[in-house]
Design a protein around this ligand. Structure first.
Ligand code: DP6
Length: 362
């Protein structure tokens, strides 16, 4: 725990027996990728992402004070209205990782209800939005136990807890752009939590669009934990971590200057590098599908023919995120319908855009 003592909950000032907390937390899409971690949940390199909006998780936490002291966690989990014992180990693991910082979670029995706005197993990481939503609910409970907690501390600790659930989740608490991982040029940055990009976001990047093409909705071939592990002993790891740090430095300047062409170069290179890391690890994986490559070719062709600023990025899977400025919304939509929908499984895609992070809901 050591250096993160500031996040240990100390003083309860209010009596809280039972109640309900509901929040919505978005997914996010990394521009510079987090790939490689060390215990516990600390990134090998800094990453930066756009917070999304439409793709999010809604979580309701019902809490009730337990009558007897216990050393175990007590909770039930409902996913889309159905009791899901199979999802419990993930939450159990999360609670174990955060309990030193929020010891009061052992004093309550919880019913957690959760649902996503995007299809489950669509290849869209539900861990980012799911873990940030749960962390947000837990921190709201902390706030009720100690109402005087300053907002800035609370936001930072929410991101800190979310990270212990899933690394990328810590970037979903705030928006529109967040940075996770200590970076030499960003003094406020930290390996322990994400911070919002503090520069002035150029108008070109406001309301940036992200259309997610669902190329392959099958179960993930490689879980992210296995994926991150592949970077241990990877022959190119050291250079990769250095490159990510450099790319992040350049990208923060680009986000202020508004140079969309330079943005495209870094973002596409990051996506392909992420996949190159997987292709060159042992064991090796190809997570793209033939349709992923077809879409990439089409995007490049479209850009060349029209001068569009459309570009792509990828997660650790086959789906393609299409990123483009808001003023191209109509034309890109036409292009997607005419040329790209054919490559999507069941013709499915999701239109999203930059968003502003997790929030309470009624
Ligand atoms: C390729 O955050 O899912 O999406 O910390 O093991 O939960 P865990 O990993 P996770 O990894 C995300 C990897 C990525 C890149 C990124 O979002 O930065």
């Amino acid at each position: 725990m050591g250096e993160y003592r500031q996040f240990i909950f100390e003083k309860q000032t209010a009596i809280v027996d039972k109640g309900t907390i509901s929040c919505a937390a978005p997914s996010n899409i990394a521009l510079v990728k987090y790939w490689g971690k060390r215990p516990v949940q600390l990134p090998e390199n800094p990453s930066i992402s756009f917070t999304l909006d439409t793709c999010h998780t809604k979580t309701t936490l019902h809490y009730q004070k337990r009558t007897a002291q216990a050393d175990t966690f007590e909770f039930e989990l409902f996913f889309e209205g159905v009791l899901k014992p199979t999802f419990k180990p993930k939450v159990q693991n999360f609670f174990e990782r955060i309990v030193d910082y929020v010891p009061f979670i052992k004093e309550y029995s919880f019913v957690i209800e959760t649902e996503n706005t995007f299809p489950h197993s669509s290849g869209i990481a539900s861990s980012a939005s799911g873990m940030s939503a749960l962390a947000f609910c837990v921190m709201e409970l902390e706030q009720r136990l100690c109402p005087a907690t300053p907002a800035s501390y609370r936001i930072q600790k929410t991101s800190f807890l979310a990270r212990l659930g899933s690394g990328s989740a810590c970037r979903s608490i705030e928006g529109p752009v967040t940075i996770w991982g200590a970076h030499p040029q960003i003094p406020e940055s930290s390996d322990a939590y994400a911070v919002p990009f503090s520069g002035e976001l150029h108008a070109n990047f406001k309301q940036y669009q992200d259309t997610i093409l669902l190329i392959d909705k099958g179960e993930k071939q490689v879980s992210s934990s296995v994926g991150h592990d592949l970077m241990h002993g990877h022959p190119f790891a050291k250079e990769r971590f250095k490159q990510a740090t450099q790319n992040l430095g350049k990208l923060t300047e680009i986000l202020t200057s508004g140079d969309v062409d330079a943005f495209i170069t870094i973002v596409e290179s990051e996506a392909l590098t992420l996949h190159a890391m997987m292709m060159t690890s042992l064991p090796y994986f190809i997570l793209m599908k033939p349709h992923t490559l077809s879409v990439i070719q089409k995007v490049w062709q479209y850009r060349q023919e029209t001068g569009s600023k459309l570009c792509f990025t990828l997660d650790a899977g086959a789906n393609v995120h299409l990123l483009y400025p808001a003023n191209e919304k109509e034309s890109v939509k036409e292009f997607i319908v005419a040329e790209l929908v054919a490559y999507c499984q069941k013709g499915q895609y999701i239109c999203d855009e930059i968003g502003f992070g997790a929030k309470m809901i009624e």
